[in-house]
Design a protein around this ligand. Structure first.
Ligand code: ZN
Length: 155
């Protein structure tokens, strides 16, 4: 299974690591919300790295001459959340859309005028309910797992 090394490197199943500029990957992810797009590593017979729905989606390997696709990220079955949790989801959605990167917990503290432990607890709860995914210990790694149409308006 190919791997994404945060923030902008990829490792193919053949062992090759492919590095891009962080800005390039941010733009690719932003451009992949509606369609699957790819970028090549350059040179002759390059690896291709695919993006879809704002995330890394797979690699085409010229050595093995085949594609390795990531399993589709599942949408949580149970989309129930409280109004307060909905506001956090909406904030994450709009913040990410406007800034092209996910909010840090500090951004949520300021927006909701609340304390670090409250925000952290909320992030853990949303993650436990599979409404968001994140990489523990990595700043700005929150990813929404709720489809756009289920996200409430930000009040
Ligand atoms: Zn490869």
């Amino acid at each position: 299974m190919p791997e994404e090394l945060y923030p902008s490197s990829y490792v193919c199943d053949c062992g090759q690591q492919i590095d891009f500029f962080e800005n390039t990957i941010r733009e690719m992810k932003a451009g992949s919300l509606k369609k699957r797009i790819c970028i090549d590593e350059g040179g002759a017979d390059p690896h291709l790295v695919y993006f879809f729905k704002g995330a890394f989606d797979g690699i085409y390997c010229p050595v093995h001459k085949k594609s390795y696709d990531l399993p589709r990220r599942e949408v949580p079955e149970d989309l129930k959340f409280t109004p307060k949790q909905g506001q956090y989801l909406a904030f994450i959605y709009y913040y990410t859309k406007l800034n092209r990167r996910a909010p840090a917990e500090r951004d949520m503290e300021m927006y909701f005028c609340t304390t670090p432990p409250t925000v952290h607890q909320m992030v853990l709860t949303l993650e436990k309910k599979k409404l968001i995914a994140r990489v523990p210990g990595v700043a700005r790694s929150i990813e929404l797992r709720v489809p756009r149409e289920k996200i409430p308006d930000l009040e």
